[in-house]
Design a binder for this molecule. Structure first.
Ligand code: NAI
Length: 364
């Protein structure tokens, strides 16, 4: 029976890289019934929202979706569709493997880390008050009454909730993942020296959970030191578990270790629904030019195939991607530039996908 998968192409480079991804997945021969649904600024006029109910219903029914990136207006406008999807389905675990590929153009070799980012709370919870809002004055009074130093009256405020339940389930997810995938260590990343209440709670819970997994090594590290450590000695790390904001930032750092954003896949996992998407955004600077690197989207599809029980096809895709990158004749401009300092000789998004498909077929 065909697997039903919702495909949200997104915007910017989304349509180009998802069409490349779809062709690669179809070339594996796995039967997928793609339910294509649009979301983002392009549907605002028709539906009055960037995330229409029919998209949510479709994902709720299929329980598996893969998406391209969706643009979020900066500073003003609608809230992130990507964050809204994660919150709506309580997709609490964002899993982003960063694995070196031969010929990825990176300064590093042999990087193999997995970032497990909490996806539902922290400063991304969306509880914010604009400068001048009545709530800011009320909060100011509350803070003064608690005996703490008041903040400036012309402040805007974002609230950072970190809960025991939210921390426990993400740290448990990281340890279960480590066990299932034969990993040796989990590092909990935090800033508990400064944010003693929120990050302190995250760290306390992480330490408690770690005691239940004596077979997996555990350490904790402050986020700034983690960034330096990752750049200096990425081999010191294995699985990292982080609250939402640090997870977002460190994910891009991780992508930078393995050839850039075009190479870094990801998944958002909940109790019974999973949405797969690359780490990167909609890259408006290169949209519509057939130059985006679809590897991250294609490798996200491989994670999706693992999830639906098609591990063999997933492995075939990963081998084909590795072979094309290692061979080096058909790579996109970002990779070529990282390798040689110039994009000269690079191929386009679809030509790269053709090369991956040819490699898949040659192996079959
Ligand atoms: P971005 O990730 O879109 O781009 C950053 C840089 O990386 C740009 O120079 C871009 O050209 C390059 N890049 C990204 N993906 C690439 C690919 N596949 N191949 C080659 N180069 C690639 O980040 P930016 O510019 O900060 O965000 C653009 C928009 O995307 C914003 O509206 C942001 O909110 C949104 N966004 C959406 C996400 C999602 O849908 N899950 C995640 C992150 C950002």
């Amino acid at each position: 029976m065909a697997h039903e998968v919702v495909l949200i192409p997104g915007d910017g480079i989304g349509p180009e890289i998802t069409s490349a991804m779809r062709r690669v997945v179809d070339a594996t021969g796995v039967a997928i019934e793609w339910d294509v649904r649009d979301a983002g600024a392009g549907v605002m006029e028709a539906y009055g929202t960037p995330l229409p109910q029919h998209v949510l219903d479709a994902v709720g029914r299929a329980k598996v979706a893969i998406k391209g990136p969706i643009t979020t207006p900066i500073g003003t406008g609608f809230r992130s569709v990507n964050v809204a999807l994660r919150k709506h389905f309580d997709l609490y675990a964002c899993v982003r493997p960063c694995l070196s590929q031969p010929g990825d153009g990176s300064r590093y070799e042999g990087v193999d880390i997995v970032i497990v980012r909490e996806n539902t709370e922290d400063l991304y919870a969306g509880i914010e008050f604009d400068e001048g809002a009545a709530e800011v004055a009320a909060l100011s009074e509350l803070v003064s009454a608690s005996g703490q130093k008041a903040f400036r009256p012309d402040s805007a405020i974002s609230v950072k909730p970190i809960s025991i339940e939210g921390s426990r389930r993400i740290v448990e997810y990281a340890f279960e993942y480590a066990r299932r995938c034969g990993r040796r260590k989990v590092t909990a990343v935090h800033k508990a020296n400064i944010m003693k209440a929120t990050d302190g709670l995250f760290l306390r819970v992480a330490r408690e959970v770690a005691q239940r997994y004596p077979d997996i090594a555990f350490e904790d590290k402050i986020v700034d030191a983690t960034c330096m450590g990752l750049v200096q000695n990425p081999a010191d790390f294995d699985v990292l578990v982080l609250p939402n904001l640090y997870g977002d930032i460190v994910s891009d750092l991780g992508a930078g270790l393995v050839g850039g954003l075009g190479m870094a896949p990801g998944s958002n996992i909940g109790a019974d629904i999973a949405v797969f998407e690359p780490t990167h955004g909609s890259a408006p600077d290169i949209a519509g030019k057939d130059i985006a690197n679809p590897t991250a989207e294609i490798l996200s599809a491989a994670m999706m195939l693992d999830h639906v029980g098609e591990q063999e096809a997933a492995e075939r895709i990963r081998r084909a991607v590795r072979a094309v990158l290692a061979e080096g004749a058909a790579v996109t401009g970002d990779v070529r530039r990282a390798q040689t300092g110039s994009a000269r000789g690079a191929v386009g998004t679809q030509a790269y996908a053709d090369a991956v498909i040819a490699s898949l077929r040659a192996e079959a």
